[in-house]
Design a protein around this ligand. Structure first.
Ligand SMILES: [Fe+2]
Ligand SMILES: [Fe+2]
Length: 190
């Protein structure tokens, strides 16, 4: 699937505002690739497709997750906001024929992160977080950290997310905690 086909496929799935967000994620991810010397092809395709399942009903997303053997059922136990990431990966595989594991992983973990993220996963995760349309407390700290390194950008984004989720009394998906702990360790514990 080429980029033009991917854009056409997601346009049918998304509301205009979410499509515009997707375009900004692709642009931001492309800049991160240039800055950190990562090849753009897979990153851009994963970025185009990352929110593919955003508007599927939650019941459908849970069903997709539970019937996809390479996805953990545990995704269904942490609130609805994270469902579209794993469900989206399963759906782009089934409906669009995307089988590249690096692209699928980047879509699965674009909301939560995980320990052991590839460079591609880090870039898509971060681009989704810092694209210019994003406005929420702490976002400028994440943008500044992203200028220093991919790992530091992801660490501050994860820290921000964990703090936010706890402040609202929401559950935190375990992979997010694992990702935070791993990147904190690589920075040196304080
Ligand atoms: Fe998303
Ligand atoms: Fe997104």
């Amino acid at each position: 699937m080429n980029e033009k086909q991917a854009f056409e496929s997601v346009k049918k799935q998304l509301k205009q505002a979410r499509y515009d967000h997707t375009v900004r994620v692709v642009e931001t991810a492309t800049k991160l690739c240039e800055r950190y010397g990562q090849s753009v092809e897979k990153v851009r395709l994963a970025s185009i497709l990352h929110d593919y399942a955003k508007y599927r009903p939650s019941g459908e997303m849970k069903n997709v997750i539970k019937t996809t053997e390479w996805l953990s059922d545990d995704w269904c136990n942490y609130g609805e906001a994270i469902l579209h990431a794993p469900a989206g990966a399963a759906l782009i595989r089934e409906e669009l024929g995307i089988t590249d594991e690096e692209i699928l992983h980047a879509v699965v973990f674009h909301t939560t992160g995980r320990a052991g993220m590839s460079e591609i996963e880090k870039i898509v995760y971060l681009a989704d977080y810092i694209e210019p349309g994003r406005k929420f407390p702490g976002i400028d700290d994440v943008r500044d950290a992203s200028e220093q390194s991919l790992d530091y950008g992801c660490l501050i984004a994860l820290s921000n997310t964990v703090t936010f989720l706890i402040s609202k009394g929401h559950p935190v998906y375990p992979d997010t905690i694992h990702a935070y702990n791993e990147l904190l360790k690589t920075r040196g514990l304080k």
